[in-house]
Design a protein around this ligand. Structure first.
Ligand SMILES: NC(=O)c1ccc[n+]([C@@H]2O[C@H](COP(=O)([O-])OP(=O)(O)OC[C@H]3O[C@@H](n4cnc5c(N)ncnc54)[C@H](OP(=O)(O)O)[C@@H]3O)[C@@H](O)[C@H]2O)c1
Length: 273
């Protein structure tokens, strides 16, 4: 049976980058959302944005708290926190809680996401005469990217259609692999400015990544994760194909050119208003 609009849907990392694109359309498709964040400030912000949603603070590393999050839930979209040193254990806590709720409640669908993302700072670049793309990895290594509105549309379809997607894995990507340096011409065209590419120092980047997530409250395990992430992108990149996303959505995936034009347009409109 496909989902019902009043099913309770649980969303992890609800104030994060993925959820920022997912929750607006998800809140139109489903009336009952339980949104999980860690901090009080994100709770207050999200509750103001989605007054009818239940916004809950919990630590994904606490198995008892995670079990409580699943009470009454029918489907869960699971996103683990970035740079967490116990990502695997956190995932197991969520799976265990889902299995318990399947036995004790009406739980049907667990949807984990380990998305690769593309974030480019169009609005910051608009304000600069000489924008700089500062990356810590080799600019010639190709990467595939998923645009978050494409990911949100795929996610909502999967939640809505439910059984059709049981036991399926989708390596979703909006683009074929593209080297960072080859993204620059389309971004320059959209911004009408030259962009300088610079390589950011390894240690400085690693520190920024963990501090962005944990401020000064990070441990050696968090540094391990950030260091390996940067080294992976330096040597290999993440490569995928848009074919699976296009098959799933029954439309063409967003191209980088379309995405960057749209981001710049939104940034210009926001600056003018
Ligand atoms: N492959 C790639 O290129 C790539 C790039 C980026 C991310 N990712 C993956 O995407 C996932 C992260 O998604 P995202 O970027 O959308 O998230 P994000 O922007 O990093 O946001 C993190 C969210 O998770 C919440 N959170 C953090 N620690 C938590 C904890 N211990 N317990 C409960 N909630 C917690 C935060 O709550 P508060 O708002 O209250 O702090 C926030 O809402 C990770 O699995 C990461 O590995 C992959």
């Amino acid at each position: 049976m496909p989902s019902s609009t009043d099913d309770l849907i649980l969303v992890f990392a609800a104030a994060g980058k993925q959820s920022n694109s997912l929750i607006p359309p998800l809140s139109k498709a489903f009336t009952n959302l339980r949104l999980v964040v860690q901090s009080e400030s994100s709770k207050v912000k999200l509750q103001a944005q989605y007054p009818s949603a239940e916004v809950v603070r919990a630590d994904q590393g606490d198995p008892k708290a995670v079990r409580e999050l699943f009470r009454g839930v029918v489907a869960a979209y699971y996103v683990g926190p970035s740079m967490h040193h116990q990502e695997t254990q956190n995932g197991y806590y969520a799976v265990d809680a889902a299995v318990a709720e399947q036995k004790e409640g009406n739980f049907k669908h667990f949807i984990p996401s380990y998305a690769g993302l593309l974030i480019m700072t169009a609005s910051a670049w608009l304000q600069k005469d000489h924008p700089i793309l500062s990356l810590p990895y080799n600019h010639n290594i190709p990467n595939s990217h998923i645009f978050l509105d494409d990911l949100a549309e795929a996610t909502i379809k999967i939640i809505k259609e439910r059984e059709q997607h049981f036991h399926s894995e989708y390596p979703l990507s909006s683009t074929f692999p593209i080297a960072y340096k080859d993204l620059v011409p389309a971004a320059e065209k959209a911004l009408q400015k030259k962009i300088e590419i610079r390589k950011a120092p390894f240690e400085e980047t690693v520190k920024k990544l963990v501090q962005g997530q944990f401020k000064d409250n990070y441990n050696a395990g968090n540094l391990d994760v950030a260091e390996r992430l940067v080294l992976w992108y330096e040597r290999y990149g993440l490569n995928g194909s848009p074919n699976i996303l296009e098959w799933l959505l029954n439309r063409k995936a967003t191209t980088f050119e379309e995405w960057v034009e749209q981001r710049v347009k939104i940034a210009r409109e926001t600056q003018q208003s």
